[in-house]
Ligand binder design. Structure first.
Ligand SMILES: [Fe+2]
Length: 433
């Protein structure tokens, strides 16, 4: 980066880059990340670079729960960036994550979202792989009746499916294209690893359901939304109307010190129905009350008193505990202007039926049409609509300072974690690599 009189210019020239050069006019207004130029949400070259450096670079992506593939041959399909992968359990109970693109002609092999198979066969020319991705069968390898076939030195060992590096964190399957990526404990940092394994604590999980939605806006806006807890006290009328959220409720924010890119908010909700402290908020309605409090009344199930945990794992995962509702959200970019959000609701294998019902009932607050999350969908579409035609504008992120560190006083009225995200993002995107 080099300083000019009025702003900082980022040096985008990166010879040997596979994604081309970014236009030099595309600069960041300040050295700190208290300003975000809106072209980072709209620019196609920048988006191609994100795919290479963020999604296919040294970062981990959750691709499923082990409980989704309990038996050898079971598989689920997942998406990292724009690349489809097959997540499968092998005969010897290992997990392999394979690029869903045939080594022959690049064909996407599997279209099913999940299933069971003994081997992986491309539908086009039937190149066939074992569950570890080794090529085990090629039609007409020796030709027909002694004619044709592959050259003598064609070795199937050299033509398997691309394998990703895999780590299993207490039943959560993570994968990365970069085999030099640090292990998950180092990747997440101590505090974020501890909170992640607070929910994934070794108990076997049970998937309760999936939801999907598409949102017309840039994928980063979703991660920002999760890193900004104070919007809940302004935007989410369901929470405010019924006195279910207070910005001053006891909480903690933990940002990974190595990257500033992952962070977690954990807080203890005021008892359902206790509206003290909410009365002066604009959307609070004294005349409204929930008839069925079971929608929001959580049963204690963890050792601590935390009733809301919401965690972002860079670049594309959200883990949330909302009372007894447990959810994963996978963020899948579809170009700079749209993303898919995949929700997986889960509980534990040994849950009582009553607890499963409680989890399902409380899941009504989230998802594409959730009483709370529907507001985020709506406002992120407004963000997309306002940003797309105005890429030369700049966003302001000064609440709580200009640095990317998490406040250590539990204050949730801050944009610090969003600045932290961009501090790391800029290093990854425009640093030497
Ligand atoms: Fe929200």
């Amino acid at each position: 980066m080099k300083q000019t009189d009025s702003h900082i210019e980022v040096d985008f020239i990166n010879e040997g880059s596979t994604v081309g050069e970014l236009h030099p006019e595309k600069s960041w207004p300040r050295e700190d990340s208290s300003r975000v130029p809106l072209w980072v949400y709209t620019d196609h070259e920048n988006y191609r670079r994100e795919l290479e450096r963020v999604f296919y670079g040294p970062h981990w992506h959750m691709v499923g729960l082990e409980s989704e593939i309990p038996n050898p041959g079971d598989f689920v399909r997942a998406v990292i960036g724009e690349r489809s992968v097959i997540v499968t359990k092998t005969e010897n109970e290992e997990i392999s994550v394979l690029l869903n693109s045939c080594a022959h002609r690049g064909v996407e092999i599997s279209q099913a979202a999940h299933g069971t198979q003994k081997e992986i066969m491309c539908p086009y020319h039937q190149w066939t792989y074992d569950l570890k991705g080794n090529l085990i069968g090629v039609p007409f390898k020796r030709g027909v009746k002694g004619k044709g076939g592959f050259p003598e030195d064609f070795d199937t060992k050299n033509h398997g499916l691309r394998r990703l590096k895999v780590e299993n964190v207490n039943g959560c399957i993570f994968a990365t294209f970069d085999h030099d990526a640090p292990n998950m404990r180092e990747y997440l940092g101590k505090g974020n690893y501890e909170y992640f394994t607070r929910i994934f604590n070794g108990r076997k999980t049970k998937v309760l359901g999936h939801q999907r939605q598409r949102i017309k806006g840039n994928w980063k806006l979703y991660m920002e939304n999760i890193k900004d807890p104070y919007h809940a006290s302004l935007l989410h009328v369901f929470l405010i109307s019924f006195g279910l959220y207070r910005i001053d409720q006891q909480g903690v924010t933990v940002t990974d010190e190595r990257t500033l890119a992952h962070n977690v908010f954990a807080s203890i909700r005021n008892p359902a129905g206790d509206t003290s402290g909410t009365e002066d908020m604009k959307s609070y309605r004294k005349d409204l009350k929930l008839n069925d409090m079971s929608l929001v009344t959580a049963a204690k199930e963890f050792e601590d008193e935390v009733s809301i945990q919401i965690q972002t794992v860079f670049p594309d995962l959200v883990l949330q505990q909302q009372g007894n509702s447990l959810q994963l959200r996978y963020v899948i970019p579809l170009g700079p202007d749209e993303f898919e959000l995949q929700w997986t609701y889960f509980g534990y294998e040994d849950d009582s039926e009553e607890m499963t019902l409680r989890r399902l009932r409380q899941a009504n607050l989230t998802g594409p049409s959730g009483y709370v999350s529907v507001d985020d969908t709506e406002v992120l579409e407004y963000s997309g609509a306002g940003i797309r035609p105005n890429p030369s504008k700049v966003a302001i992120l000064e609440l709580g300072g200009r640095g990317g560190e998490a406040p250590d006083d539990g204050n949730m009225v801050t944009e610090g974690p969003i600045r932290g995200f961009y501090e790391y993002y800029r290093r990854v995107m425009y640093g030497d690599s």
